[in-house]
Ligand binder design. Structure first.
Ligand SMILES: Cc1cc2nc3c(=O)[nH]c(=O)nc-3n(C[C@H](O)[C@H](O)[C@H](O)COP(=O)(O)OP(=O)(O)OC[C@H]3O[C@@H](n4cnc5c(N)ncnc54)[C@H](O)[C@@H]3O)c2cc1C
Length: 383
């Protein structure tokens, strides 16, 4: 995106990527439909960046979700708003959009150098690269680093830039998993019988904040939308030594209505499993309650009703970063100015997920990457 802005302004731009083809993570994001941005009002949109809103607000306000949608339109890839307000290209994947985009960059004269790994700077301050044909140094008036975080390293963003920047005295907050699953120590029964099953229409509650959705049981714990959305809170609690989260299995129902239903369905001849099933509690949800009580489910309808409203679970760890959707941490805000130029290295800019912000899924990740890139590039084009 930065290359496009700069080339449109008449600059010669060279893009280097260590993979054999560019934008692998963008293509990976396309497998889930490419949720490119979100349609909610800008003020609500900006709130999704939490404490980092203040850092990103100017960039996103000058290249907004509407601007991003217009950019897709101009490339011939109309977008639509899904039921949740999320925005997707009509094709629901990244490859056609990427093809058109690379075509446009090519026609603007942008040179793409794939299979070029950036390795730092030489003694003259020139960026250096390694490729299958050897090592090179490049003369550049300005450099924009857009090397991503450290999730899914096999698509190219491996976070190896951290050491290179730290070597120049740039402070980097260690990259950690964001928008990722959590580890919970399940019994063999839970892992063997229910891995892959969603907990339908529940609320995941952390620090009193509830996020609705359908988390999925995995062999290692839980993943899916509401867990990803809570991953920042869960990670911060884990850092403080607290691993508990709660799941409200019936967020649309009151304690009284559940207790009444459980009481009306109780038959002395029925097993607990049958009683719960007849009361509308799915086997996977019942199993979750068993996990939380050490397989000692209460028999009293009021106690079970209470449990359905807040099943306590103990998270032991966040899932590893290599399977996370995005990374928290990155280049510290104290190191960059308003146009994301490194204060210790004038002429070098840092954009996208390399910077120290995080956001939930919903299109907020790609939007901030695009907006920070546009901001840096516009500053270079017209300082
Ligand atoms: C499975 C998955 C699904 C996702 N879905 C969505 C979604 O629907 N919506 C959304 O908003 N976000 C989504 N994301 C997140 C989004 O893809 C990222 O936030 C975004 O791609 C980050 O952009 P970036 O330009 O900062 O870095 P990246 O897209 O990670 O690109 C960094 C590039 O730098 C290259 N690179 C790294 N180090 C070097 C080096 N030393 N030398 C040369 N090249 C190097 C890499 O090869 C890579 O091509 C998803 C992520 C994943 C993993």
């Amino acid at each position: 995106m930065a290359a496009e802005v700069l080339a449109t302004a008449g600059n010669q731009v060279d893009v280097y990527d260590q993979r054999r083809s560019p934008a692998r993570k963008f293509v990976l994001a396309g497998r889930g439909g490419l949720n490119i941005t979100h349609s909610e009002p800008l003020d609500d949109f900006l709130d999704r960046y939490g404490p980092e809103r203040v850092r990103l607000e100017a960039a996103i306000s000058s290249f907004t979700p509407d601007d991003l949608r217009a950019w897709c339109d101009q490339l011939g890839h109309e977008t639509f708003i899904g039921t949740s307000g999320r925005v997707f290209p009509k094709e629901f994947r990244a490859v056609p959009l990427l093809r058109s985009w690379l075509g446009r960059l090519g026609s603007l004269g942008v040179q793409l150098h794939s299979d070029h790994r950036w390795t730092g700077w030489n003694s003259d301050g020139q960026p250096t690269f390694e490729s299958s044909t050897g090592a090179t140094a490049v003369e550049a008036d300005r450099t924009i680093l857009a090397l991503g975080g450290a999730s899914w390293p096999r698509v190219g963003s491996d976070g190896s830039w951290q050491a290179l920047l730290e070597g120049k005295g740039v402070s980097v907050k260690p990259l950690s998993a964001a928008n990722c699953g959590v580890h919970i120590k399940w019994s063999d029964v839970m892992a063997d019988r229910f891995a892959g099953e969603p907990l339908k229409n529940v609320a995941v509650v952390v620090d009193g904040a509830a996020v609705r959705g359908d988390p999925i049981v995995t062999r290692a714990g839980l993943e899916g939308g509401p867990i990803y959305a809570q991953s920042r809170r869960i990670r911060e609690r884990l850092e403080a030594g607290i691993g508990t989260i709660e799941v409200d299995l019936v967020p649309d129902r009151t304690f009284d209505s559940i207790e009444a239903r459980l009481s009306s369905k109780w038959r002395s001849a029925d097993s607990t499993a049958k009683w719960l099933r007849n009361s509308g509690i799915a086997p996977v949800a019942a199993s979750l309650m068993r996990e939380a009580t050490g397989n000692n489910l209460p028999k009293d309808p009021a106690e079970v009703a209470e449990l359905t409203k807040a099943v306590p679970l103990t998270v032991t760890a966040m899932a590893p970063i290599d399977r996370a959707i995005s990374s928290a941490g990155g280049v510290a805000w104290s190191e960059v100015d308003k146009s994301f130029e490194l204060t210790k290295m004038p002429g070098t800019f840092v954009v996208g997920e390399m910077l120290d912000w995080e956001a939930p899924t919903g299109g907020y990740l790609l939007q901030a990457c695009f907006s920070t890139a546009v901001c840096a590039a516009r500053h270079i084009a017209s300082p």
